[in-house]
Design a protein around this ligand. Structure first.
Ligand SMILES: [Zn+2]
Length: 528
């Protein structure tokens, strides 16, 4: 008998943490960062205390009470004593691995807390993106998906509760087992081996996936980050398919179509499927984003600022094409350049920044004199591509600048001319904090007299994109009718919706299908 237990991703978008148990072993299906649960308690300046290790996360219900799966260096002595009576406490050892679907943190982030010897199964692209994101991100203790520095315990004298100070550190790299690429170029190997620290890693090269005790299948799918896949697990009850996040309307929708066909051929016992956009009736395609973006930017006079989601390489390539076709240069941030450079190690069709005339890289005005090694490598490799605020300021009609809300504090150095264009190619605000940021964004645009296009405005109590400016964002998630088609074509015996605020959509719309829809509960188990 196979048992699935849902520790996250139930009734919420993201934070997927699913445990699959069979007589063959135990697997985790994603181990994501639960953004909405964090927001209930924390914000930018109020965070779980890194010095308290796992304590804050366990007490506040952000991590499941599963003794035995987490990093020992984050567990103070006797940490578990207080949780052993809790309702959902379990001792859990010998996890065979984590099946990671893609490198968005709401699926991968809490891998940071898992024991280093639990292998992470993914595509090579997901492994590489996860590392590029960690290399170029802020060094946060809950964003150490690929490597981490262990804390060596040294209790403060007289201290009773379980926190510690760090006296020495050791770097560790997680074991990633990749499902797709086995041969890496020397350059790709070098990237994987190198950390941003001076100290060498306790090196784990990418391994082969065949070592897993389960028979696994991976199916590449299209999503708003490259390298995404669904997983198939052969269990004693039959095949279980776990979708991760996916869509049919993106640039690589054919991948998702092939997944549907192949998964259907396995006649799966169960399908665990996302439902982010069950409410949406139709999609905007990436091709339409190109058309609408081109129209808006082709007529623009001064500077164009393009705001789109980070790590959405497809969107970046869409704006690159618009830049070429409107005879502007696309100015990307060093982080984007690092990601492109990393992806090119595995996917040669990604443009080579050094040879791409229409790409430049923005160096922030107050950049540090001793940048981190990843940033130094970007400045060195692409020195002729670097542009500064003054270069943009003096030739405003020559650029599309890829900035988001978080980069607007550069504008006082650029001083965009009145009437310059701000193209918004992302999603509407989903919570109060994001709404506040949208107000601020509107104030920035008013201050510099920029024209907005595709930007949600607050009308009749909600944020909405003006009707005539819609069509600048292709979601990473399939819409309701596409999701129903996916279920009907795969025809599992059992459908389990996750990653959705409205999972009952499936039960309401599949009553005639012969498919049993099972709505999971948080911490609840389902026998499959
Ligand atoms: Zn995602």
């Amino acid at each position: 008998m196979v048992k699935l237990t849902f520790y996250g991703g139930v009734g919420e978008i993201g934070g997927n943490k699913i445990l699959l148990e069979d007589n063959k072993g135990k697997l985790l299906l994603d181990f994501g960062y639960p953004y909405s649960k964090y927001r209930d308690f924390y914000e930018e300046y109020l965070k779980p205390r890194p010095g308290a290790g796992l304590l804050d996360l366990l007490v506040m219900g952000l991590l499941p009470h599963l003794e035995g799966i987490y990093r020992g260096d984050l567990e103070a002595e006797n940490l578990w004593q207080q949780f052993r009576q809790s309702e959902h406490y379990r001792k859990l050892e010998d996890i065979d691995g984590i099946l990671l679907t893609h490198a968005h943190l709401d699926h991968s982030g809490h891998i940071s807390f898992l024991k280093e010897d639990v292998p992470v199964y993914s595509t090579a692209t997901t492994a590489f993106i996860a590392k590029a994101v960690q290399d170029s991100g802020r060094p946060a203790f809950d964003q150490q998906v690929c490597y981490f520095t262990s804390r060596v315990e040294e209790c403060l004298e007289g201290w009773k509760q379980g926190a510690y100070v760090t006296s020495s550190r050791e770097d560790h790299q997680r074991r990633f087992c990749v499902a797709d690429k086995h041969e890496l170029s020397e350059e790709a190997k070098k990237f994987w081996e190198k950390t941003t620290r001076k100290k060498k890693l306790d090196l784990q090269l990418l391994e082969d996936i065949d070592k897993c005790s389960f028979n696994l299948r991976y199916f590449p799918v299209d999503h708003s980050i490259p390298g995404a896949c669904s997983w198939g697990i052969e269990t004693s009850s039959g095949w279980v398919i776990y979708s991760g996040d996916l869509r049919l309307h993106g640039r690589h929708g054919k991948l998702t179509e092939s997944m549907i066909e192949e998964a259907a051929r396995l006649h799966p016992r169960a399908l665990i499927l996302e439902g982010t956009n069950v409410d949406k009736k139709a999609n905007i395609s990436e091709h339409e984003v190109y058309g609408n973006g081109f129209k808006a930017i082709n007529d623009a006079r001064g500077l164009v600022i393009a705001d789109f989601p980070p790590r959405d390489i497809n969107r970046l390539l869409t704006f690159l094409q618009i830049a070429r076709d409107t005879k502007r240069k696309l100015v990307i941030l060093p982080k984007d350049a690092y990601l492109l450079k990393t992806m090119r190690l595995l996917e040669p069709e990604i443009p080579d920044i050094a040879r791409e005339d229409a790409i430049a890289i923005y160096q922030k005005t107050t950049a540090s004199k001793s940048p981190d090694s990843w940033l130094r490598s970007i400045y060195q490799d692409y020195s002729s591509k670097i542009v500064l605020a003054k270069d943009i300021s003096s030739n405003q009609g020559g650029f599309i600048l890829c900035f988001s809300f978080w980069d607007l504090n550069e504008l006082p150095s650029i001083q965009p001319r009145a009437g310059s264009l701000y193209v918004f190619s992302s999603s509407e605000p989903h919570n109060e904090e994001q709404e506040m940021d949208f107000w601020r964004l509107h104030h920035w645009l008013e201050h510099f007299q920029l024209r907005a296009y595709g930007l949600p405005v607050y009308r009749n109590g909600k944020w909405e994109i003006p009707e005539e400016e819609k069509g600048l964002h292709a979601s990473g998630h399939a819409c309701g009718p596409d999701l129903l088609r996916i279920v009907r074509e795969i025809q599992p015996e059992l459908l389990i919706p996750v990653h959705s605020e409205k999972p009952e959509f499936y039960a309401d719309n599949l009553s005639d299908s012969g498919i049993n829809v099972m709505l999971p509960t948080e911490y609840g188990s389902v026998d499959v």
